[in-house]
Design a protein around this ligand. Sequence first.
Ligand code: FPP
Length: 248
Amino acid sequence: MAFFKTNSQTPAVDFKHLPRHVAIIMDGNGRWAKKRGLPRTAGHAAGAETFRTIATYCKDIGLEYLTVYAFSTENWKRPAEEVGAIMGLLKKYLLEAIGKMERDKVKMKFFGDLSPLPEELRLLCEQTEEISKRYEGCQVNICLNYGGRDEIIRAAQAFATACVEGKADPNHLTEEAFSKYLFSADVPDPDLVIRPSGELRLSNFLPWQSAYAEFYFTDVLWPDFGKDELHRALAAYQGRSRRFGGIK
Ligand code: FPP
């Protein structure tokens, strides 16, 4: 797995040849807050601001798909106060997003099992997706109560059910057909996966979809991840040679 560490210079990005789909693990909020003597929840609030900035910028530069990891199936293990703060930030963001949708034409989707979420937030997610259906602009996918293995198990169950019902044939299953059972059905695989905060792992984020993704790791903590850092990631991506198992 290739990865790229940042340097202080901001390289040029070819905006005509952007990746179609960028996926980001928004990591480092807690450490950002700790460094400043603030509660972890302040780090998440700053991280939500960064998400706003980066999502808006991705739309402005014409990126087709942005997927972010907002809350994993494992994040329920965190203290109730922290979980509540993240849910509150999501609610705040969605209320704002709904208000701006007609102007921005951003399409929003959620990857994950929304059923255990607080009802108000779940309804807001459903409403946002419903309104979004009519838009064709940048698609922002928010992974919420998402786990990659959980997603694959759910897809396998749905496929098995389709087989039992005679709607699918296990002898003719292809990767493309299976991917239609994932939360990410109809979304192209991420070309570039970004993880800030110095951690060099995937943490159950889009494991199926990232099979051929390029990875970009940086020590910058998510709340400090600005446009320059995104440019570095995009430029690093553009310097890679993608062969998908073939030769060039
Ligand atoms: C990981 O950092 C971050 C999270 C688990 C939560 C991410 C949530 C947000 C950015 C806010 C809401 C999102 C949206 C889309 C409005 P961490 O807490 O694990 O950081 P640490 O590793 O430094 O402790």
